[in-house]
Design a protein around this ligand. Structure first.
Ligand code: FAD
Length: 502
């Protein structure tokens, strides 16, 4: 059903001009994709304000970025050189299960599935018989990251993502977008003009008095949600009862060692710290809940733990975990922080931007139609909900009880969807990826095992193997991985060669 608050003449109008509001990662990724793939058909404008600036964080990604760049035909070497990028093969979680414990969530596949059951069942059977090594010994990407090694292997033999400099990435994507016809307008938006009824944006007005009209507006204005929230009044669903963190402090430091090919996530008393190595510097930050510690304590904790000279003054960022009840309303689509925010624990926000952009491309309207809007919103909600559950898992399943924060995390009333997944794995070792969920079985297994769930049972097919057969099955996976890793170049050396050729 069309939204009755939208005048019919607006609904009949062909979409010829798209106005993107905001020039952060979300704005420029949106501009890059729309101008490259639809630029011949629609006019694309992007408005940003240097005075307001961008959020300036968001430097760890996941492998879907490689696919996004391929779609746009972006030269990877040029991109990595311009953004001082390093390779990311996973995330090391330190002190999450308990102080002193460490595990890795890597991007690879662990082991080899069998006709009857996933690899984890064979590993569990071997573990029960004292035959298994670490679960991570059967994953190439994890072993490569632990050895600080990397190379592009044929046929996508190694799954990887990037750490990148967010401000350089926005510049890189801006140059790309402008080459493909995006027109950039500098200016501060002071008013959003809506049609009678309020469900449709006609134009935006800048501080210099100029007005920019558009048929479709993409709100990439960041946490505030200038268009989708302030102007159209779409409510924000708050998830802070599940995800306590509402603040972050970020600081960049000079590098004091070669960059490692993974992100470090170090749990603290009331949150965690990230460490993201780039070629020329390191991104550091603390994510915490202001209900449990104050800014000064958080800042002191961060500064006491960093290595190398600080390059900027630490900056406090406030956020609210959650999502807009609608990502698309009328002729306004929210992409990036304006549409929702999941804290950066699993580096999923840039991925959500990509998904939003691809969805917009797939549903790009000739004229705005409510059926497209409904479809967009349904997909956006499903996507973020399953990622939300995955993030909550890290906090809830832990043996840590040493501070009020961790005791409250363990006592959380978690969403039913997550409860079911945890119970199923704990009882049977089974995990299933549903629909178009981002995180596949192996991600769930690595984190559930890492956080301390050892399933009670496994699939009976794994018991059909004798000890010798099971041992041989596992060694046939492990040994070639160890041999491959030993032949890989060191990550830092590989980067110097690869980016030097750009
Ligand atoms: P912003 O970068 O805030 O851009 C907003 C734009 O809108 C700016 O250009 C601004 O000038 C413009 N604007 C706003 N108001 C006006 C106005 N009135 N007039 C004109 N222009 C205006 N994501 C990951 O994937 N990995 C991570 O590791 C990660 N870490 C993060 C850590 C923290 C602490 C936070 C808060 C986020 C993190 N994210 C991460 C999320 C990531 O930073 C964002 O998803 C990404 O940067 C996109 O931001 P954005 O473009 O939506 O907003």
């Amino acid at each position: 059903m069309p939204d009755t608050s939208i005048p019919q003449d607006r609904l009949d109008r062909p979409v010829q001009r798209v106005v993107i509001v905001g020039g952060g990662t979300a704005g420029w990724m949106t501009a890059a994709a729309l101008s490259k793939l639809l630029g011949k058909r629609v006019e694309i404008l992007l408005v940003e304000s240097e005075e307001i600036g961008t959020v300036g964080v968001g430097e760890a990604t996941i492998p879907t970025m490689v696919t996004f760049h391929r779609l746009l035909d972006i030269n990877e070497q040029a991109f990595m050189a311009a953004t001082h990028a390093t390779i990311k093969l996973g995330i090391a979680f330190e002190h999450w299960r308990e102080r002193g414990h460490r595990y890795v969530h890597s991007f690879g596949t662990t082991g080899r599935d069998h006709w009857a059951a996933g690899f984890q069942h064979f590993w569990l059977a071997a573990h029960a018989r004292g035959l298994a090594r670490d679960y991570g010994d059967y994953c190439l990407e994890l072993q490569a990251s632990e050895a600080n090694r990397f190379a592009h292997l044929p046929n996508g033999g190694m799954n990887y993502a990037f750490h990148l400099d967010a401000s350089q990435y926005a510049k890189f994507m801006r140059a790309f977008s402008e080459r493909h016809g995006t027109r950039r307008i500098e200016g501060r938006i002071v008013e959003v003009k809506t049609a009678p009824g309020g469900g449709w944006i006609d134009a935006i007005r800048l501080a210099d008095g100029s007005e920019i009209a558009g048929d479709l507006f993409v709100d990439c204005s960041g946490l505030r949600g200038l268009l989708i929230g302030d102007a159209l009044g779409v409510e924000y669903e708050d998830w802070s009862h599940w995800l306590f963190n509402d603040s972050a402090i970020a600081v960049q430091t000079e590098s004091v060692r070669d960059a490692i090919p993974y992100t470090r996530s170090i749990a603290g008393d009331a949150g965690w710290q990230w460490r993201i190595p780039l070629q020329h510097r390191v991104g550091n930050g603390i994510v915490f809940s202001s209900r449990y510690i104050d800014d000064d304590t958080a800042k002191r904790t961060l500064l006491e733990s960093i290595e190398g000279r600080a390059l900027i003054e630490p900056r406090v960022i406030r956020f609210k975990p959650g999502q807009r009840r609608e990502s698309w309303r009328g002729n306004c689509v929210a992409i990036g922080l304006s549409g929702g925010f999941l804290e950066p624990l699993e580096s999923t926000n840039i991925h959500l931007i990509q998904r939003g952009v691809l969805r917009l491309l797939q549903l790009f309207p000739q004229v705005v139609a409510q059926a497209d809007i409904d479809q967009f919103n349904r997909q956006a909600e499903d996507e973020i909900t399953s990622i939300r559950d995955f993030v909550i898992l890290h906090y809830h399943v832990t043996d840590r009880r040493d501070t009020p924060y961790w005791r409250d995390c363990a006592a959380l009333e978690i969403p039913a969807s997550l409860r079911h997944r945890i119970d199923l794995f704990r009882e049977t070792g089974r995990v299933f990826r549903e629909g178009n969920e981002l995180f596949a079985e192996n991600s769930w297994i690595q984190v559930m095992l890492g956080q301390g769930i050892l399933p009670r049972r496994h699939h009976p097919a794994a018991d059909l193997m004798s000890d010798a057969e099971l041992d041989e099955f596992l060694e046939r996976i492990r040994k070639p991985i160890a041999q491959t890793v030993a032949r890989l170049p060191m990550h830092a050396d590989y980067l110097r060669d690869y980016c030097g050729e750009a």
